[in-house]
Design a protein around this ligand. Structure first.
Ligand code: SF4
Length: 380
């Protein structure tokens, strides 16, 4: 059994920056206020609350002169005006954790709107980042989920328009939308504002999902980028699940699975990813259903790991090969106290389970081991 992690997964630089700003403030001042979600991951928020962060409904509940942090997804122009007023009148200290990539979208929207363009934002109208971008773009801005919605706006083919995207949008959806816009609207400017961190995670996740038996996406159920990773993986691997934490795993999911893929949304803390990985490996190494006998140190309990090792790319084949650099492989070894010794089965008869597994590799396994994994520069 092997667990393969997508090369790009977990906390993106925007969320890391927000967490670092929050932790710095908590260390220096011992207190910090935030409203809504700094990022869409409950475990991450819980951890900051444990360190002293207080959640409030609005900035009006923040005491005079206390620090207040703005979430990574940014705020609407109207919300910023309120914050500026509170800062001026009551000394509320503003810590802006808006991700620089999100800020860039707001700036572009504002500048093009000032230049007389109609702004169209492709994304989820309920997402705070999209709502904020729309607000910075002013009165002529519209949010659409797809081309069908765009067409219903009745924008003339000659009107100057700028299309921007939610930073965590699906790249494929953007490309098909962009082609139709460029073809049908003469004065259109189409800007792909999907952030590099999202793009790398999507590519790495879908490529890995295509070569494993079971794909696990770890992320907040309200996190747009985690849900997007889940949807993308599901398209290439129906055995994909989205979970928030290790406790959500179900043991039966891994019956018969010899390769498991793991990825995580941009707001998922590393600790949660490691807990999930550890639990999956513990289950699959010591699985009574896979045993030929009751002996805890029998080789039949490691046969799946042996088979996965034989069929997975060899480390030396991967080294220096950019095409395979997209994955980090984690050997399916159990924690020390559980690891079975590589002792021969003490039974005199050969173990039937071992013979069957070693001699008859499954078709999926052969495919999985030959799938090529595209590489890319680590930008997050
Ligand atoms: S997903 Fe991208 S845009 Fe969103 S916070 Fe992370 S780096 Fe920034």
């Amino acid at each position: 059994m092997k667990v393969l992690r997508a090369r790009h997964h977990g906390l993106c630089y925007g969320i890391q920056r927000a967490v670092a700003l929050a932790e710095d403030c908590l260390r220096d001042h011992g207190i910090l206020y935030a409203s809504g979600h700094l990022a869409h991951n409950q475990q991450l928020i819980d951890s900051l609350v444990e360190q002293g962060m207080k959640l409030v409904e609005s900035v009006f509940q923040v005491p005079n002169n206390a620090p207040y942090i703005v979430r990574a997804h940014g705020l609407t122009m109207e919300d910023w005006e309120v914050l500026d007023r509170e800062s001026e009148l009551r000394g509320v200290q503003l810590i802006d954790a808006t991700c620089p990539d999100v800020q860039k979208i707001f700036t572009i929207a504002k500048e093009y709107a000032a230049g007389g363009y109609a702004i169209v934002i492709l994304g989820d109208r309920h997402h705070p980042e999209v709502q904020a971008a729309c607000s910075w773009a002013g009165a002529k801005a519209e949010i659409v989920a797809d081309y069908h919605e765009f067409a219903s706006l009745n924008i003339s083919a000659e009107e100057p328009i700028v299309v921007l995207t939610q930073s965590t949008l699906d790249e494929e959806l953007f490309m098909s939308f962009a082609l139709l816009i460029r073809r049908n609207y003469l004065n259109s400017v189409v800007i792909n504002s999907i952030c590099p961190a999202t793009r790398l995670r999507q590519e790495a996740a879908t490529e890995l999902a295509a070569r494993v038996h079971r794909m696990i996406v770890v992320g907040g159920l309200h996190s747009a980028n985690s849900r997007r990773l889940f949807d993308l993986c599901l398209r290439v691997n129906p055995q994909t699940v989205l979970i928030e934490k290790a406790e959500d795993l179900i043991r039966d999911w891994f019956n018969g699975a010899t390769l498991v893929g793991l990825t995580a949304g941009a707001s998922t803390p590393q600790r949660i990813i490691e807990e999930v990985e550890t639990k999956v490996m513990e289950w699959t190494i010591i699985n009574p259903q896979d045993s030929c006998c009751d002996k805890v140190d029998c080789e039949c309990k490691t046969v799946e790991a042996t088979e996965a090792d034989r069929l997975a790319p060899k480390p030396e084949e991967s080294e220096g090969d950019q095409a395979k650099a997209e994955i980090q492989e984690t050997q399916g070894a159990a924690p020390k106290e559980d690891a079975p010794e590589e002792a021969p089965c003490p039974d005199s008869e050969p173990c039937p389970k071992q013979e069957e597994s070693v001699n008859t590799p499954t078709e999926e396994f052969t495919e999985a081991s030959t799938t090529s994994i595209a590489g890319g520069p680590a930008q997050d």
